[in-house]
Design a protein around this ligand. Structure first.
Ligand SMILES: [Zn+2]
Length: 135
């Protein structure tokens, strides 16, 4: 089953990635079932934001709270690769947990691909996940 996301939410993420050609951007995907309903933009608090990302812990805590109150769950997160490419990097694989969470990876040139973490696939961790963009 594909993960659904609205064109408007996807465009917000891609706009953010396009506006940040040197640093990775990142944020959280909130939703219900297989549908992304909301995003939470985060500062990238990694020490080397050109090559890594780390969601601001305060944003993560606030997102958990907002998700509980709105009946949504945190489905995963998004981040960008300034040098392009929408495949998870080795650094990404080191951070990934086999928990079925979604990883949306995009680039400043507005490419994007959704991945789901698991016990196999790229780097032994990532399987491509179909994405359906709603009008
Ligand atoms: Zn990455």
């Amino acid at each position: 089953m594909p993960v659904r996301i609205s064109r408007a939410l996807l465009e917000r993420i891609l706009d953010e990635a396009e506006a940040s050609p040197c640093h990775e951007i990142c944020g959280l995907l909130l939703g219900q079932g297989a549908e992304v309903r909301d995003i939470r933009v985060s500062a990238n608090v990694a020490q080397d934001p050109a090559r890594r990302f780390e969601v601001d812990p305060a944003v993560l805590i606030a997102a958990h709270k907002a998700a509980r109150q709105s009946g949504l769950r945190i489905m995963g997160h998004y981040h960008s690769h300034p040098n392009g490419g929408t495949e998870p990097s080795v650094c990404d694989a080191e951070m990934a947990v086999d928990d079925g969470s979604l990883w949306l990876i995009c680039s400043p040139s507005r490419e994007f691909r959704m991945w789901r973490t698991g016990a196999q696939g790229l780097h032994g961790r990532f399987a491509v996940c179909d994405i359906a963009v709603d009008a």
